[in-house]
Write a protein that binds this ligand. Structure first.
Ligand code: MG
Length: 449
Protein backbone atom coordinates (compact mmCIF):
# COMPACT_ATOMS: atom_id res chain seq x y z
CA UNK A 1 0.00 0.00 0.00
CA UNK A 2 1.46 3.34 -0.91
CA UNK A 3 1.27 6.39 1.27
CA UNK A 4 -1.70 8.03 -0.46
CA UNK A 5 -3.76 4.85 -0.31
CA UNK A 6 -2.96 4.45 3.40
CA UNK A 7 -3.95 8.02 4.22
CA UNK A 8 -7.14 7.80 2.18
CA UNK A 9 -8.07 4.51 3.83
CA UNK A 10 -7.41 5.92 7.29
CA UNK A 11 -9.36 9.07 6.50
CA UNK A 12 -12.31 7.15 5.08
CA UNK A 13 -12.39 4.68 7.95
CA UNK A 14 -12.37 7.33 10.63
CA UNK A 15 -14.67 9.85 8.99
CA UNK A 16 -17.93 8.45 10.40
CA UNK A 17 -16.69 8.26 13.96
CA UNK A 18 -14.43 11.28 13.89
CA UNK A 19 -16.15 13.69 16.37
CA UNK A 20 -16.22 11.12 19.18
CA UNK A 21 -12.77 9.82 18.34
CA UNK A 22 -11.32 13.29 18.09
CA UNK A 23 -12.60 14.12 21.56
CA UNK A 24 -10.60 11.24 23.02
CA UNK A 25 -7.37 11.91 21.14
CA UNK A 26 -4.51 13.39 23.16
CA UNK A 27 -2.67 16.48 21.97
CA UNK A 28 0.98 15.98 21.08
CA UNK A 29 3.72 18.59 21.44
CA UNK A 30 7.36 18.12 20.42
CA UNK A 31 9.75 20.90 21.48
CA UNK A 32 13.08 20.50 19.70
CA UNK A 33 16.14 22.60 20.54
CA UNK A 34 18.96 23.05 18.02
CA UNK A 35 22.51 22.10 19.09
CA UNK A 36 21.60 21.93 22.79
CA UNK A 37 23.92 19.50 24.58
CA UNK A 38 23.38 16.80 27.17
CA UNK A 39 24.87 19.03 29.88
CA UNK A 40 23.01 22.24 29.06
CA UNK A 41 20.01 22.18 31.40
CA UNK A 42 19.81 22.71 35.13
CA UNK A 43 18.14 19.29 35.51
CA UNK A 44 21.08 17.70 33.64
CA UNK A 45 23.64 19.28 35.92
CA UNK A 46 24.61 22.58 34.31
CA UNK A 47 26.09 24.65 37.14
CA UNK A 48 25.12 28.17 36.03
CA UNK A 49 22.30 28.13 33.46
CA UNK A 50 18.85 28.57 34.96
CA UNK A 51 16.15 26.45 33.32
CA UNK A 52 13.33 26.41 35.91
CA UNK A 53 10.53 25.57 33.46
CA UNK A 54 12.34 22.60 31.95
CA UNK A 55 13.47 21.52 35.41
CA UNK A 56 9.85 21.63 36.56
CA UNK A 57 8.74 19.73 33.48
CA UNK A 58 11.26 17.03 34.46
CA UNK A 59 9.87 16.91 38.01
CA UNK A 60 6.28 16.72 36.75
CA UNK A 61 7.14 13.96 34.28
CA UNK A 62 10.09 11.81 33.29
CA UNK A 63 13.70 12.69 32.50
CA UNK A 64 15.71 10.24 30.40
CA UNK A 65 19.47 9.75 30.72
CA UNK A 66 19.98 7.49 27.69
CA UNK A 67 18.02 9.16 24.92
CA UNK A 68 19.47 9.85 21.48
CA UNK A 69 19.03 12.02 18.46
CA UNK A 70 19.30 9.86 15.34
CA UNK A 71 22.16 11.85 13.79
CA UNK A 72 24.81 14.31 14.96
CA UNK A 73 23.68 17.15 12.63
CA UNK A 74 20.47 19.05 11.84
CA UNK A 75 18.84 17.77 8.64
CA UNK A 76 19.19 14.01 9.16
CA UNK A 77 18.19 14.34 12.80
CA UNK A 78 14.96 16.17 11.87
CA UNK A 79 14.17 13.72 9.09
CA UNK A 80 14.52 10.80 11.51
CA UNK A 81 12.33 12.41 14.17
CA UNK A 82 9.48 13.21 11.79
CA UNK A 83 9.56 9.88 9.90
CA UNK A 84 10.62 7.42 12.63
CA UNK A 85 13.34 6.13 10.32
CA UNK A 86 17.11 6.23 10.07
CA UNK A 87 18.15 9.13 7.83
CA UNK A 88 19.81 6.71 5.39
CA UNK A 89 16.36 5.34 4.54
CA UNK A 90 14.96 8.75 3.51
CA UNK A 91 18.22 9.83 1.84
CA UNK A 92 18.33 12.91 4.12
CA UNK A 93 21.78 12.10 5.47
CA UNK A 94 23.50 15.45 5.05
CA UNK A 95 22.81 19.05 6.05
CA UNK A 96 20.86 20.95 3.36
CA UNK A 97 21.91 24.44 2.27
CA UNK A 98 20.14 27.35 0.53
CA UNK A 99 21.56 26.08 -2.77
CA UNK A 100 20.41 22.46 -2.20
CA UNK A 101 17.64 21.14 -4.42
CA UNK A 102 16.89 18.08 -2.29
CA UNK A 103 14.43 17.59 0.53
CA UNK A 104 11.90 15.26 2.10
CA UNK A 105 10.34 13.00 -0.50
CA UNK A 106 6.62 12.39 -0.99
CA UNK A 107 6.90 8.69 -0.17
CA UNK A 108 7.97 9.56 3.39
CA UNK A 109 5.14 9.80 5.97
CA UNK A 110 5.68 12.44 8.66
CA UNK A 111 4.08 12.32 12.12
CA UNK A 112 1.82 15.17 11.00
CA UNK A 113 0.66 13.30 7.89
CA UNK A 114 -0.02 10.15 9.88
CA UNK A 115 -2.12 12.10 12.43
CA UNK A 116 -4.16 14.12 9.90
CA UNK A 117 -6.69 11.38 9.06
CA UNK A 118 -7.58 11.16 12.77
CA UNK A 119 -8.68 14.80 12.76
CA UNK A 120 -5.56 16.47 14.15
CA UNK A 121 -4.80 20.13 13.65
CA UNK A 122 -1.07 20.35 12.90
CA UNK A 123 1.51 23.14 13.03
CA UNK A 124 5.23 23.44 12.51
CA UNK A 125 6.75 26.53 14.10
CA UNK A 126 10.48 27.11 13.75
CA UNK A 127 13.42 25.73 11.80
CA UNK A 128 12.33 23.16 9.20
CA UNK A 129 15.53 22.13 7.40
CA UNK A 130 14.05 19.31 5.30
CA UNK A 131 14.18 21.26 2.04
CA UNK A 132 13.24 24.87 1.28
CA UNK A 133 11.76 24.39 -2.21
CA UNK A 134 7.94 24.44 -2.31
CA UNK A 135 7.48 20.69 -2.66
CA UNK A 136 9.44 20.08 0.55
CA UNK A 137 7.83 22.65 2.84
CA UNK A 138 5.91 21.62 6.00
CA UNK A 139 2.58 22.53 4.36
CA UNK A 140 3.24 19.84 1.73
CA UNK A 141 4.07 17.24 4.39
CA UNK A 142 1.13 17.20 6.75
CA UNK A 143 1.25 20.56 8.52
CA UNK A 144 -1.75 22.91 8.31
CA UNK A 145 0.41 25.85 9.34
CA UNK A 146 4.05 26.79 9.12
CA UNK A 147 5.90 29.77 10.56
CA UNK A 148 9.68 29.93 10.70
CA UNK A 149 12.96 29.77 8.82
CA UNK A 150 13.44 26.91 6.36
CA UNK A 151 17.09 26.18 7.27
CA UNK A 152 19.81 27.18 9.75
CA UNK A 153 20.15 30.76 10.97
CA UNK A 154 23.81 30.96 9.86
CA UNK A 155 23.07 30.09 6.22
CA UNK A 156 22.95 33.63 4.89
CA UNK A 157 25.25 36.59 4.84
CA UNK A 158 26.71 38.11 6.98
CA UNK A 159 27.04 34.86 8.97
CA UNK A 160 27.86 32.65 6.02
CA UNK A 161 30.44 33.90 3.56
CA UNK A 162 32.34 32.54 0.58
CA UNK A 163 31.46 31.81 -3.05
CA UNK A 164 28.59 29.47 -2.16
CA UNK A 165 26.70 32.35 -0.53
CA UNK A 166 27.62 35.10 -2.94
CA UNK A 167 25.19 36.48 -4.07
CA UNK A 168 23.28 33.97 -1.83
CA UNK A 169 19.71 34.59 -0.65
CA UNK A 170 19.05 36.51 2.56
CA UNK A 171 17.59 34.45 5.41
CA UNK A 172 13.86 33.95 4.70
CA UNK A 173 11.15 34.01 7.37
CA UNK A 174 8.12 32.14 6.07
CA UNK A 175 4.45 31.86 6.82
CA UNK A 176 3.09 28.73 5.17
CA UNK A 177 4.63 28.92 1.68
CA UNK A 178 5.26 32.67 1.51
CA UNK A 179 8.44 34.53 2.44
CA UNK A 180 7.07 37.28 4.69
CA UNK A 181 10.40 38.85 5.72
CA UNK A 182 14.06 38.54 4.84
CA UNK A 183 16.85 38.73 7.40
CA UNK A 184 14.37 39.00 10.29
CA UNK A 185 15.63 40.31 13.63
CA UNK A 186 16.87 37.02 15.05
CA UNK A 187 16.65 38.35 18.60
CA UNK A 188 12.86 38.23 18.18
CA UNK A 189 12.62 34.72 16.76
CA UNK A 190 12.11 32.82 20.02
CA UNK A 191 9.34 35.18 21.25
CA UNK A 192 7.68 35.13 17.82
CA UNK A 193 7.77 31.34 17.63
CA UNK A 194 6.30 31.22 21.13
CA UNK A 195 3.45 33.58 20.19
CA UNK A 196 2.66 31.49 17.09
CA UNK A 197 2.71 28.26 19.07
CA UNK A 198 0.46 29.53 21.86
CA UNK A 199 -1.99 30.99 19.30
CA UNK A 200 -2.13 27.60 17.58
CA UNK A 201 -2.84 25.87 20.92
CA UNK A 202 -5.61 28.39 21.64
CA UNK A 203 -7.19 27.98 18.19
CA UNK A 204 -7.12 24.19 18.28
CA UNK A 205 -8.47 24.05 21.85
CA UNK A 206 -11.31 26.45 20.96
CA UNK A 207 -12.14 24.33 17.91
CA UNK A 208 -12.05 21.24 20.20
CA UNK A 209 -9.64 19.58 17.82
CA UNK A 210 -6.77 17.39 18.94
CA UNK A 211 -3.51 18.98 17.84
CA UNK A 212 0.08 18.20 17.00
CA UNK A 213 2.56 21.01 17.56
CA UNK A 214 6.12 20.56 16.31
CA UNK A 215 8.31 23.42 17.54
CA UNK A 216 11.91 23.14 16.34
CA UNK A 217 13.61 26.19 17.87
CA UNK A 218 16.21 28.08 15.84
CA UNK A 219 18.54 28.25 18.86
CA UNK A 220 20.95 27.71 20.59
CA UNK A 221 22.43 27.17 17.09
CA UNK A 222 25.09 29.79 16.33
CA UNK A 223 24.81 32.80 15.67
CA UNK A 224 23.27 33.34 19.09
CA UNK A 225 20.53 35.90 19.68
CA UNK A 226 18.38 36.57 22.72
CA UNK A 227 15.65 39.19 23.02
CA UNK A 228 16.22 42.34 25.11
CA UNK A 229 14.51 40.74 28.13
CA UNK A 230 17.12 38.00 28.28
CA UNK A 231 20.28 39.68 26.98
CA UNK A 232 23.01 39.89 29.59
CA UNK A 233 20.98 38.06 32.23
CA UNK A 234 22.59 34.63 32.42
CA UNK A 235 25.73 33.86 34.43
CA UNK A 236 26.65 31.57 31.50
CA UNK A 237 26.92 34.53 29.10
CA UNK A 238 25.13 34.87 25.76
CA UNK A 239 24.71 31.10 25.28
CA UNK A 240 22.99 31.03 28.68
CA UNK A 241 20.75 33.98 27.74
CA UNK A 242 19.61 32.06 24.67
CA UNK A 243 18.95 28.78 26.51
CA UNK A 244 17.17 30.63 29.33
CA UNK A 245 14.89 32.25 26.75
CA UNK A 246 14.05 28.83 25.30
CA UNK A 247 13.28 27.72 28.84
CA UNK A 248 10.94 30.72 29.19
CA UNK A 249 9.29 29.71 25.92
CA UNK A 250 8.68 26.18 27.23
CA UNK A 251 7.08 27.75 30.30
CA UNK A 252 4.78 29.79 28.03
CA UNK A 253 3.76 26.67 26.06
CA UNK A 254 2.98 24.75 29.25
CA UNK A 255 1.09 27.81 30.52
CA UNK A 256 -0.96 27.94 27.32
CA UNK A 257 -1.94 24.29 27.78
CA UNK A 258 -3.16 25.03 31.31
CA UNK A 259 -4.89 28.27 30.29
CA UNK A 260 -6.76 26.48 27.50
CA UNK A 261 -7.63 23.60 29.85
CA UNK A 262 -5.92 20.91 27.78
CA UNK A 263 -2.99 20.35 30.15
CA UNK A 264 -4.11 16.87 31.19
CA UNK A 265 -4.87 15.85 27.62
CA UNK A 266 -1.43 16.68 26.25
CA UNK A 267 1.81 14.75 25.95
CA UNK A 268 4.70 17.23 25.81
CA UNK A 269 8.21 16.11 24.89
CA UNK A 270 11.43 18.13 24.82
CA UNK A 271 14.76 17.17 23.29
CA UNK A 272 17.48 18.45 20.93
CA UNK A 273 18.56 17.63 17.37
CA UNK A 274 22.26 17.04 18.07
CA UNK A 275 25.02 17.74 20.56
CA UNK A 276 26.79 21.02 21.30
CA UNK A 277 28.77 22.81 18.59
CA UNK A 278 32.07 22.62 20.42
CA UNK A 279 34.20 24.31 17.76
CA UNK A 280 32.23 27.50 18.53
CA UNK A 281 33.89 27.47 21.96
CA UNK A 282 32.02 29.73 24.42
CA UNK A 283 29.17 30.10 21.92
CA UNK A 284 28.67 26.34 21.83
CA UNK A 285 27.05 24.27 24.58
CA UNK A 286 28.11 21.39 26.78
CA UNK A 287 27.77 17.64 26.44
CA UNK A 288 28.37 17.27 30.19
CA UNK A 289 30.27 14.08 30.92
CA UNK A 290 29.88 12.80 27.37
CA UNK A 291 32.70 12.74 24.83
CA UNK A 292 32.71 15.19 21.89
CA UNK A 293 29.74 17.05 20.40
CA UNK A 294 27.90 18.05 17.23
CA UNK A 295 29.06 16.32 14.06
CA UNK A 296 30.54 13.40 15.95
CA UNK A 297 29.29 9.87 16.59
CA UNK A 298 30.83 9.87 20.05
CA UNK A 299 28.08 10.07 22.66
CA UNK A 300 28.25 13.87 22.98
CA UNK A 301 27.18 14.25 19.36
CA UNK A 302 23.93 12.32 19.71
CA UNK A 303 22.89 11.65 23.32
CA UNK A 304 20.47 14.38 24.39
CA UNK A 305 18.27 15.61 27.18
CA UNK A 306 14.76 14.15 26.88
CA UNK A 307 11.82 15.19 29.02
CA UNK A 308 8.24 13.96 28.70
CA UNK A 309 5.24 15.22 30.62
CA UNK A 310 1.62 14.09 30.59
CA UNK A 311 -0.16 14.74 33.91
CA UNK A 312 -2.04 11.69 35.14
CA UNK A 313 -0.44 9.44 32.53
CA UNK A 314 3.32 9.71 33.10
CA UNK A 315 4.31 9.27 36.75
CA UNK A 316 5.85 12.47 38.11
CA UNK A 317 9.40 12.77 39.34
CA UNK A 318 10.88 9.88 37.39
CA UNK A 319 14.47 9.70 36.18
CA UNK A 320 14.79 6.89 33.67
CA UNK A 321 17.86 5.17 32.28
CA UNK A 322 15.71 3.43 29.65
CA UNK A 323 17.01 3.63 26.11
CA UNK A 324 15.14 5.85 23.67
CA UNK A 325 15.67 7.81 20.48
CA UNK A 326 13.90 10.47 18.43
CA UNK A 327 12.96 7.66 16.02
CA UNK A 328 10.65 6.39 18.77
CA UNK A 329 8.57 9.56 18.69
CA UNK A 330 6.67 8.64 15.51
CA UNK A 331 5.38 5.32 16.91
CA UNK A 332 4.91 6.93 20.34
CA UNK A 333 2.69 9.69 18.93
CA UNK A 334 0.69 7.28 16.78
CA UNK A 335 0.15 4.86 19.66
CA UNK A 336 -0.96 7.71 21.94
CA UNK A 337 -3.49 8.68 19.26
CA UNK A 338 -4.65 5.06 18.94
CA UNK A 339 -3.42 4.77 15.37
CA UNK A 340 -1.56 1.90 13.70
CA UNK A 341 1.78 2.42 11.97
CA UNK A 342 1.47 2.89 8.21
CA UNK A 343 1.99 -0.51 6.58
CA UNK A 344 4.85 -1.40 4.25
CA UNK A 345 7.36 1.03 5.75
CA UNK A 346 10.51 0.04 7.67
CA UNK A 347 10.54 1.82 11.05
CA UNK A 348 13.55 2.12 13.34
CA UNK A 349 11.77 3.16 16.53
CA UNK A 350 9.10 1.76 18.79
CA UNK A 351 6.36 3.09 21.07
CA UNK A 352 7.97 4.58 24.18
CA UNK A 353 4.58 4.88 25.93
CA UNK A 354 4.94 1.80 28.18
CA UNK A 355 8.41 3.03 29.27
CA UNK A 356 7.17 6.57 29.89
CA UNK A 357 4.33 5.18 32.03
CA UNK A 358 6.72 2.74 33.75
CA UNK A 359 4.59 -0.23 32.72
CA UNK A 360 7.63 -1.78 31.09
CA UNK A 361 11.36 -1.61 31.73
CA UNK A 362 14.62 -3.05 30.52
CA UNK A 363 14.38 -2.31 26.81
CA UNK A 364 17.63 -3.29 25.12
CA UNK A 365 19.43 -0.37 23.54
CA UNK A 366 20.01 -0.72 19.80
CA UNK A 367 21.28 2.21 17.79
CA UNK A 368 23.26 2.65 14.59
CA UNK A 369 25.36 5.82 14.57
CA UNK A 370 25.81 7.30 11.12
CA UNK A 371 27.83 10.20 9.82
CA UNK A 372 26.19 11.04 6.46
CA UNK A 373 25.96 7.63 4.72
CA UNK A 374 28.78 6.06 6.71
CA UNK A 375 27.98 3.74 9.59
CA UNK A 376 30.52 4.50 12.31
CA UNK A 377 29.29 2.82 15.47
CA UNK A 378 26.62 0.58 16.94
CA UNK A 379 25.19 0.38 20.44
CA UNK A 380 23.63 -2.85 21.62
CA UNK A 381 22.68 -3.15 25.27
CA UNK A 382 25.43 -1.54 27.34
CA UNK A 383 28.07 -1.94 24.62
CA UNK A 384 29.12 0.51 21.93
CA UNK A 385 31.49 -0.45 19.14
CA UNK A 386 33.21 2.17 16.98
CA UNK A 387 34.52 1.16 13.55
CA UNK A 388 35.34 4.78 12.71
CA UNK A 389 35.06 8.16 14.43
CA UNK A 390 35.80 11.80 13.97
CA UNK A 391 36.57 14.65 16.29
CA UNK A 392 35.62 17.36 16.02
CA UNK A 393 33.47 18.06 12.96
CA UNK A 394 35.76 16.13 10.63
CA UNK A 395 38.50 18.64 11.47
CA UNK A 396 41.98 17.43 12.41
CA UNK A 397 42.73 14.59 12.84
CA UNK A 398 39.80 13.85 10.47
CA UNK A 399 38.04 10.53 10.23
CA UNK A 400 39.86 7.73 11.96
CA UNK A 401 39.15 4.12 11.06
CA UNK A 402 39.29 1.80 14.03
CA UNK A 403 40.67 -1.58 13.05
CA UNK A 404 40.53 -3.30 15.42
CA UNK A 405 37.33 -1.53 16.53
CA UNK A 406 36.97 0.27 19.87
CA UNK A 407 34.57 -1.11 22.46
CA UNK A 408 33.09 0.79 25.40
CA UNK A 409 30.70 -0.20 28.17
CA UNK A 410 28.42 2.84 28.29
CA UNK A 411 26.86 2.07 31.66
CA UNK A 412 30.26 1.85 33.36
CA UNK A 413 31.99 4.38 31.14
CA UNK A 414 29.58 6.96 29.65
CA UNK A 415 32.55 9.16 28.72
CA UNK A 416 33.96 6.46 26.37
CA UNK A 417 37.45 6.48 27.86
CA UNK A 418 38.36 2.84 28.40
CA UNK A 419 38.53 0.61 25.33
CA UNK A 420 37.61 -2.95 26.30
CA UNK A 421 37.85 -4.57 22.84
CA UNK A 422 40.86 -6.75 23.72
CA UNK A 423 39.10 -8.00 26.86
CA UNK A 424 35.78 -8.87 25.16
CA UNK A 425 36.47 -10.30 21.67
CA UNK A 426 33.11 -12.15 21.77
CA UNK A 427 31.22 -8.85 22.15
CA UNK A 428 33.27 -7.30 19.32
CA UNK A 429 32.37 -10.24 17.06
CA UNK A 430 28.68 -10.00 17.96
CA UNK A 431 28.50 -6.26 17.25
CA UNK A 432 30.44 -6.57 13.98
CA UNK A 433 27.88 -9.19 13.04
CA UNK A 434 25.05 -6.77 13.88
CA UNK A 435 26.63 -4.13 11.62
CA UNK A 436 27.00 -6.61 8.78
CA UNK A 437 23.38 -7.74 9.10
CA UNK A 438 22.16 -4.12 9.27
CA UNK A 439 24.08 -3.20 6.11
CA UNK A 440 22.83 -6.28 4.30
CA UNK A 441 19.16 -5.68 5.03
CA UNK A 442 18.94 -1.88 4.79
CA UNK A 443 17.49 -0.18 1.73
CA UNK A 444 18.98 3.33 1.37
CA UNK A 445 16.82 6.12 -0.07
CA UNK A 446 17.86 8.40 -2.94
CA UNK A 447 20.40 10.81 -1.48
CA UNK A 448 19.14 14.39 -1.03
CA UNK A 449 21.69 17.11 -1.53
MG1 MG B 1 21.48 21.18 15.08
Amino acid sequence: MNRRTFLETMGGGLAAASPALAASKPNLVILFADDLGYGDLGCYGHPTMRTPHLDRMAVEGVRFTQFYAAAPVCTPSRAALLTGRLPIRSGLTRVLFPYSDGGIQDNEVTIAEALKPAGYATACVGKWHLGHLPQYLPTRHGFDRYFGIPYSNDMARPFATGPRYNPGPPLPLMRNEEIIETNPDQAELTPRYTAEATAFIRDAARARKPFFLYLPYTFPHVPLFASARFQGKSARGLYGDVVEEIDWSVGEILGALRHNKVDRDTLVMFTSDNGPWLIKKEEGGSAGLLREGKGSTWEGGMREPFLARWPGRIPAGTVSAEFGSTMDLFPTCLAAAGLPLPPGIAYDGQDLGPYLRREKSGREALLYYYSDTELRAVRKGPWKLHVASNAPWDGPPGVQKHDPPLLFHLLHDPSERYDLAAKHPDVVRELLGAIEEHRRTLTPGALQR
